[in-house]
Every structure is written in structure tokens, then in C-alpha cells.
Design a binder for this molecule. Sequence first.
Ligand SMILES: [Zn+2]
Length: 114
Amino acid sequence: MVIFLVCVLTMAIAGILRVAGVNTPKVWRIILFVPSLIGAPLLIIALLRTVANLRNVQKARAAGCRKCPNCMYSLVGSDPNGCCPECGQAYTQDALVAYWKVEVGARSLGSADK
Ligand SMILES: [Zn+2]
């Protein structure tokens, strides 16, 4: 996380300096450019993970919180409490609701329960 923030910060500084037309010494341009090489892929990965997480939350909402938080296996029709048939993680109905309540948000959970 710290590496990501440092990379994004240096990318922002490099971008601002470039847009502002500040003539920085070559060594500073290299110092600011190298973290950008790391930061740009990290930024893309973070965006892709965010999109994937939002999709998982939507799937869990559609399944009324009956998704395994570990592997996203559908627990619809499974026992209220037990182990995930896919990954073996133990679950309870209360734990699933609590998990997806945090992920989904209490406001949208109401519509998922119906
Ligand atoms: Zn699972």
C-alpha cells in the first residue's frame, strides 16, 4: 500500500511538473519516472480488483448474501450453517449476512433480503 501511494504520488508530481512546463534536471525526471513504471501497472491492477470486487458484491446481493466470501461459491439451497462445498470454509447464516452487510452496505442489504 505504501509503495502504491508513493508511486501514485510520484506519478502525480511528475505529471504536474510536466504540465506546468517546469524544467527539472534529468536526474529528477528519472527519479520521478521509475516509480511511474511500477505505479501505472499497480494502478491498473487496483482498478481491475475494484471492478471485480464490485461484481462479487452484486452477485452476493443477487443471491441474498448466500455466497461464500472466500470463493464466491453459491450457497443458495445449502444448509444455513455449514462448510462451503467448494473451498471448505465454515460459515453461518449470521456470518454471511454480517460479511456481505459490510461489503454491500446496510442500506442495500435490505433489498437483498427480500
Ligand atoms: Zn467457498
